[in-house]
Design a protein around this ligand. Sequence first.
Ligand code: ACM
Length: 679
Amino acid sequence: MKRKSHGLAFFLIVMIFGVQTMFAQTRNLMPVPQQVEWQKGKVRVDSSFTVQVKGHPHPRLYKAVGRMIHRLAGRSGLFLPQSFFDPQETICHPNLLVTVKRPAAIQLNEDESYTLTVANSQIQLQAETDLGAMHGLETLLQLLSADTEGYYFPQVKINDAPRFPWRGLLIDACRHFMPMEVIKRNLDGMAAVKLNVLHWHLSEDQGFRVECKTYPRLHQLGSDGNYYTQEQIKEIIAYAADRGIRVIPEFDLPGHATSWLVGYPELASAPGPYKIERNWGVFNPTFNPTIEATYTFLDGFFKEMAALFPDAYIHIGGDENNGKQWNANPQIQLFMKTHHLEDNHALQSYFNNRLLKILTKYGKKMVGWDEILHKDMPTNIVIQSWRGRDSMIKAAQQGYQTILSNGYYIDLIQPTDYHYLNDPAPQDLPVTPDQRSLILGGEATMWAEMVSPETVDSRIWPRTAAIAERLWSAGEVRDVDDMYRRLETVSFHLEELGLTHEKNYDMLLRRLTGNRNISALKTLVDVIEPVRIYNRNRLRKQFAYTPLTRVVDAARPDAAVARKFRKQVDNYVAAKNSNLELEEQIRLQLQLWADNDGNLQPIIDVSPVLFEIRQLSQNLSAVARIGLEALTYRKNPKVRPSNWAQKSLVILEQAAKPQAQTNLMIVSAVKKLAGVGEN
Ligand code: ACM
């Protein structure tokens, strides 16, 4: 691992922790284990590689070993018969011996620790539970290396356990329905980076996604036919459990509730009828918390769902209730008066308390978004912080268990390092040690307004791997450059699980060009990103039926080519133009971009879906030409025309504006090269 400016910090960390090997080399490990002691030597892997499992694991581990061997074979081309793993088979001297003390329960706070020793005599993986063993198998796969002689594992001793027990990914299957294979391949990705909670967002204004036998109009009228049958739900829960992942369903109440009310309008706070929502945003339809019919209905509903979902926790949403229907309903206003409920928040807490009784009756604990935090709520509920990390701190200070999602909103297209450096519990958090222990972890949130099954992986991965590291690894693991270096490898390995974040890129570009040569389009899209935060909908109103196949959809968050270019320019400028090799790399890159518009416009001409990027393509080339001129003038300021900076700035500022709901991500670097404007 390269350490430059962080040299002193690194030295201090080593001094403080006294673990000389802690960060000595992270290689391709993500999340970075708690302790790593690298040793000299390589343990060769060939087709005689065998595995044995001893002890008392849950049988899920045998399937996991089979999958690991299958992936090992897939990477190495070795013919490994134990891909069909038979735990009964006697192996005299297994190359990998896995020993597990007891079967795990798939529940919060289960032991997930493991030790992995790669030595020439044998590779030994030891764990209290099969969960730890499965994490160790993922670590081992990340260790696989190659040289001119073949494949090998480096000799190493690893001692590992998670920093936080709740490490989740929310998948919104409502705004756009996510078929079974999407959920499954993402569960595989989660397991690969040691995430352990799938938060499955299953009801929304735009869709109700679970078959409900007690109230069948929920899925029949609220889903456009896109829902999971109960057999499918069980299949996903089993698939997740096989990978050590808990499944927590979210049924969003009392707001975000249009799809429930399509079939059951009598439960709403205003007369219906209701239709499935096709817009994005916050809408009025809200359950009526003042009528007993609501609680009778929810009792029947949660009785059924509590039996379907085995986890101890159920998420009841609770977010973004705009209160408009409540304000307009005289009967609700009267109820508030007679029950001394001073505002809508108090009324919602009344509702939540009624809901809590129902969940408790069916053996479940409540999780909800931070709006459920209220003085009337008991502390045996979990607060999920999304509007600001303050709510997480406040929750912990008031004695609630809490999880952080603020800062992990991967739908907002922010760069990986932003999420990565967002620590749920940094040293300076204003909490006592007891309060600190109430911070259970965090969840990345994949809200699905702007993603389809084709693009969702590209918003989840690879950035979620960095969030997974934040939630697993020591807080001191914060080297952004090293994270990005490892992320590239992790991202590539995630593809072997069927994730489509890389391979669908070319496919989407091909579709945009009508199956023409995609290289010029790729050169452009490599350096643009979808606009961040909620700006896509602001720049051009989007609907549930908006196609998610446009340039903005092919474009990816944290565009790597642009990020690397910005880094090169930073380094070049910092070295005061003296690095000639870097200068040449920058020049070649700029030249490619300067020429690109000439190659791309003929493709745009015959691809109407691309008309919207004409200006964007021109901008890339114009910006690149300024960059090339800047390289010349940096060396030879005398030949620089007097109005060049001013003229260039106008072009650069224009190019910095969004086009086709995307941003060109090299403009700031070219401004820096040109020495103009703010960057
Ligand atoms: C949320 O993003 N409305 C929880």
